[in-house]
Design a protein around this ligand. Structure first.
Ligand code: PEP
Length: 264
């Protein structure tokens, strides 16, 4: 049985005081927690403060990204070892905003150089996280033009295959995938529920083919892209959707609590 997982991605939002206030409010709301794993991913700078607040609560700490090298002359980067040290139990990797996609397929060389995420860097990040027993949350998703040209499944399968290359099937027990159609992120346009379920099912079948059926059955697959209190219950009721990765709506503790409760 897969325990539902609901992840708050706060992105580049909230001051230290606001992050503390938000997570305090959430901790109060979830203290008699439902049977759901709840993860909050603040900015790197707020990991320490949020960690102190979630220490004796069911809420777990997550990071929004990682660099794959262990240490060295990598200015501005944060390693998996550092995240472990900071108390992170989960980490998002390959978010479309880090892949520089923002719904586009034709990126300028400057944009690619700036964001620099590729299937290969995602793969290296996953390996670094697993070495430190941090659960990766791999984001995959197609852009609007990939969907319109009938390439959704091919894009998703390729992203899953490349990211999980070299992963032992047993490592899927500590692994989650978030299906995040790029055109649905932060736009208010959520994916049709039946289509979200179909793509999440495709991800599970891809993992079964690449690794093994049992491990794929244990992997939590989330939906992300304009999840709100009003659509969460229907999305999370689907057999292959085990919870959500939530951006905008996770900034409001009251709404996020309702989303968490929708996953029970
Ligand atoms: C996200 O950033 O992962 C996300 C799904 O954002 P939003 O919920 O705002 O669409």
């Amino acid at each position: 049985m897969r325990i539902p997982l609901v992840v708050a991605n706060w992105k580049m939002n909230l001051s230290s005081a606001q992050a503390a206030g938000n997570v305090q409010s959430l901790a109060g709301r979830l203290h008699e927690g439902p049977e759901v794993d709840v993860v909050v991913c603040p900015s790197y700078l707020n990991l320490g403060r949020v960690r102190e607040i979630v220490r004796d609560t069911p809420i777990k700490l997550g990071a929004q990204d990682v660099f794959w090298k262990e240490s060295g002359a990598y200015t501005g980067q944060v390693s998996a070892g550092m995240l472990y040290d900071a108390g992170a139990a989960y980490c998002i990797v390959g978010h479309s905003e880090k892949r520089g996609r923002f719904g586009k397929t034709d990126l300028s060389p400057e944009e690619i150089a700036y964001f620099g995420e590729s299937d290969r860097t995602v793969q290296l990040k996953i390996q670094a996280l697993q070495f430190h027993s941090i659960t990766p949350i791999l984001c995959v998703g197609e852009t609007e033009s990939e969907r319109e040209t009938g390439r959704t499944d091919a894009v998703i399968r390729e992203q899953v295959a490349r990211a999980t290359e070299g992963l032992d099937p047993s490592e899927l027990y500590f692994f989650a995938v978030a299906y995040e159609p790029v055109w649905a992120i932060g736009t208010g346009k959520s994916c049709d529920v039946a289509e979200a379920e179909r793509v999440c099912g495709t991800i599970r079948r891809t993992l079964a083919e690449l690794k093994d059926e049992n491990s794929a059955e244990q992997t939590r697959i989330l939906y992300g892209g304009s999840v709100k209190a009003s659509n969460a219950r229907e999305l999370f009721a689907q057999p292959n959707i085990d919870g959500g990765l939530v951006g905008g709506a996770s900034l409001d503790p009251e709404e996020f609590e309702q989303i968490v409760r929708a996953a029970v």
